[in-house]
Design a protein around this ligand. Structure first.
Ligand code: FMN
Length: 183
């Protein structure tokens, strides 16, 4: 698959088959992600990767993140998903990658977002499926939880990606009309 095919055919995967992912395969993806461009102020180590392995452990973290989010629900619109009794944070994925950035780095969120995007496209190109998940963010905003996840000191989780082998691939959403000003 060439780069253009990978970019244009990647979809968010929410159904995974029974296979787990080898560490070597995940390490390749993390190496791919680390080819993202980074700003000089972020060096060295713009990112720290954490891999949660195994369906049970992933589901357990997901259940805790969901329970925490329900108990600390923000008083704003956009959180109706917390009322869905069947809501799944990690969609039964066999692995989750957390990308953490330096707390003191004002561009850390951008660094993690760039690496996460590359990871998703690389996963697809290497035969895996992934879904960026924002639903654990309420739970991940609490530093006590970073210690449970053994996030390196000075880093905070900023991007979360569920990974596995796709059992089904959703159709592409209707593309947005491009907004272009030619000058
Ligand atoms: C920051 C961010 C957070 C997201 N959070 C979730 C999530 O919590 N659960 C989920 O199933 N999908 C989540 N998505 C995936 C989007 O729903 C998906 O990217 C969008 O519908 C477009 O579909 P596509 O990725 O298949 O092109 C998230 C995407 C982004 C960029």
């Amino acid at each position: 698959m060439d780069a253009i095919d990978a970019i244009r055919t990647r979809r968010s995967i929410r159904h995974f088959d029974a296979r787990s992912i080898d560490r070597e395969h995940i390490e390749l993806l993390l190496a791919d992600a680390s080819h993202a461009p980074w700003t000089p102020i972020s060096a060295p180590r713009p990112w720290a990767f954490t891999v949660i392995e195994g369906r049970e452990q992933v589901a357990d973290f997901g259940a805790r993140a969901l329970a925490y989010a329900r108990a600390h629900r923000p008083r704003r619109e956009g959180y109706n998903w917390l009322d869905d009794p069947d809501f799944s944070v990690f969609h039964g994925a066999p692995a989750v990658v957390l990308i953490s950035g330096k707390q003191a780095n004002p561009t850390a969120l951008e660094e993690c977002t760039r690496a996460g995007m590359l990871l998703l496209v690389a996963a697809h190109a290497r035969g895996l499926g992934g879904c960026w998940v924002g639903s654990p963010n309420i739970w991940l905003a609490e530093p006590a939880h970073w210690r449970e996840l053994q996030t390196p000191v000075g880093y905070a989780p900023m991007a979360t990606i569920a990974l596995g082998y796709a059992a089904s691939i959703p159709p592409a959403p209707r593309p947005f009309a491009l907004s272009i000003n030619w000058l």
